[in-house]
Design a protein around this ligand. Structure first.
Ligand code: MF3
Ligand code: CO
Ligand code: CO
Length: 262
């Protein structure tokens, strides 16, 4: 069932999203060559809880961490590890969902570790632009296929990159994952019609090669995903509200760049 949120609920999600955005802004200063995945986890967990939030990924289907930390060819759901030391040239995606006063927000961001190659820089730029092209379609009266098509057409037809199909965005609030599913591929004019008050995530995972991913398992049988061909992947995710004044980004990190979505 899709629940439509009131202005009051969206305001609550906006407060949650602001704390999540602050956590990401803090990570910008933490992420540098020589730190481990666990350093990212520890910073985020402490930052969220010390500001009154709860990391919603902890305890979700047995997951034990506040963050998912994906390096280079890792696509999603990788655990933060203390034996993975980031080096200059890596890219690292940090995905977090938090709850604040009963309100959820979910946002992933890809970071460059030190100086990175122009290819990886381009991958990050394309992935972020794909997210915003998707957000631009999240208008009352449009359909889910309009969001998916905008992302797929740009990343695959224009940029010749891989647009991961097997993991998708989702409704959010009151829990982390709600209806509807929000695929990052599709056909314009197809799929569910978007209504005022829907709150969803858009979270494209884009690769330098194929859209196909494969599973890996940790020793404690947690499943995570890497690109099938070993190429690099990036991911950007925002939580957004669909309103009569257009899509509103609830997890914005940049009031100037996001001006028209606030
Ligand atoms: N934040 C992720 C999402 O975008 C969910 C990760 S689930 C976890 O949907 F258990 F792996 F943390
Ligand atoms: Co997420
Ligand atoms: Co999500």
């Amino acid at each position: 069932m899709i629940t439509l949120k009131s202005e009051r609920e969206i305001a609550g999600m906006r407060r949650s999203g602001a704390l999540l955005a602050q956590t990401h802004l803090g990570l910008r200063k933490v992420i540098k060559p020589g730190i481990s995945g666990m350093d990212i986890e520890n910073f985020a967990d402490h930052f969220i809880t010390s500001h009154g939030g709860t990391p919603s990924e902890k305890g979700f289907e047995g997951y034990q961490y506040a963050t998912c930390v994906c390096v280079n060819d890792e696509v999603a759901h990788a655990e933060p590890r203390k034996d993975i030391i980031l080096k200059a040239g890596d890219i690292v995606s940090v995905d977090m969902t938090i709850e604040l006063d009963g309100y959820q927000s979910d946002s992933c961001w890809t970071y460059a570790v030190g100086e990175i190659s122009p290819e990886r820089q381009h991958l990050m730029e394309v992935t972020k632009k794909a997210l915003y092209l998707g957000i631009d379609q999240a208008q009352v009266g449009n359909r889910l296929g309009d969001i998916g098509y905008a992302i797929q057409h740009y990343t695959e037809d224009q940029e010749k990159m891989g647009d991961v199909r097997d993991l998708i965005g989702h409704g959010i609030q009151p829990t982390m994952h709600e209806a509807p599913n929000v695929p990052h591929y599709g056909e314009p004019g197809k799929g569910l019609r978007l209504k005022e008050g829907m709150t969803i995530t858009i979270e494209p995972m884009i690769t330098l090669g194929t859209w196909e991913i494969k599973s890996k398992w940790t020793p404690d049988e947690w499943e995570y995903f890497v690109t099938a061909d070993g190429t690099d992947a990036a991911q950007y995710e925002h939580t957004i509200a669909i309103t009569k004044d257009g899509p509103k980004i609830l997890t914005s990190q940049d009031p100037i760049a996001d001006q028209k979505y606030l």
